[in-house]
Design a protein around this ligand. Structure first.
Ligand code: URA
Ligand code: SF4
Length: 253
């Protein structure tokens, strides 16, 4: 092929990719063989192959031995396009030794992304209060999310992003073996149960995830927008306490 033709081909490809990116395309399927070829061309690779983020689907191991191993794997994960916007991954934290409760949210927001810790922003402060009101400390429960990287503009994770990330949460739950799970919000319930029924209908009713009792309730961010829903969430949390054979502590005023 004459060199000029080759260069105009590459230029066209570049323009095309830039156009797609500007249109909001975040991911493209590219044959591995093509990527490998592009990477071998030093003057092509940076423009054509690297500027458009490519989610690299490396299978997630099926038998992690520890939460630390999962967190380490997550920290370099590029299994879905969410890796691109993250500052820190947020694998989750807390008591991993069969805690009474594991809380599952949606995904990191700005504060969580900045700190690499789950539920540390405004919704997190409310969650901490809820945990307190139940008579626990944050360190006594485990807190995690469906996706471990922050979705852009705090949008809900896409189905394919949830699918890509869920093997981590599933294995976390398998290692942690919490006595109960509280799924907060529609994304958590969809991720854990595959149910798309509204959280309004599902909340307050016991479900099961891999033999573990699962209570759906509203997400704390939703409570920040509509505080009148706090009463229902408190009812749900009390059902969990009852299941655990616990009473809520007397309220301090
Ligand atoms: N919202 C979530 O769903 N998870 C967090 O960690 C913080 C806010
Ligand atoms: Fe990997 Fe999950 Fe982050 Fe996607 S959100 S890059 S699957 S850790």
């Amino acid at each position: 092929m004459p060199e000029t033709t080759f260069h105009s081909l590459v230029e066209n490809l570049e323009n095309y990719l830039e156009y797609q990116r500007d249109e909001g395309v975040q991911r493209m399927e590219v044959d591995r063989a093509v990527l490998a070829e592009l990477a071998r061309m030093p003057d092509v690779a940076p423009a054509a192959a690297v500027e458009v983020p490519v989610a690299v689907a490396i299978p997630i191991p099926e038998h992690f031995q520890s939460l630390e191993e999962i967190a380490a794997h997550v920290s370099t994960c590029r299994n879905c396009p969410l890796y691109e916007g993250r500052v820190n991954t947020v694998p989750g934290e807390g008591n991993a030794d069969s805690p009474d409760i594991m809380f599952v949210g949606e995904g990191p927001g700005a504060d969580e992304d900045a700190q690499g810790r789950p539920f540390v922003g405004a919704a997190g402060q409310l969650l901490t209060k809820m945990i307190d009101a139940m008579g626990y400390r944050r360190e006594e429960v485990f807190i995690a999310n469906i996706v471990k990287c922050r979705p852009p503009n705090n949008r809900a994770p896409l189905p394919e992003e949830m699918e890509a990330c869920l093997p981590y949460l599933r294995q976390q739950i398998g290692l942690i073996r919490p006595r109960t799970i509280i799924g907060m919000g529609a994304t958590a319930i969809k991720g854990l149960l595959g149910k798309t029924a509204g959280i309004t209908r599902l909340r307050g009713t016991w479900r099961e995830y891999e033999g573990i009792r699962l209570m759906p309730t509203f997400h704390p961010s939703y409570l920040l927008r509509d505080p009148s829903k706090k009463k229902q969430v408190w009812q749900d949390l009390q059902l969990v306490l009852k299941e655990l054979g616990k009473e809520p502590p007397p309220r301090e005023k």
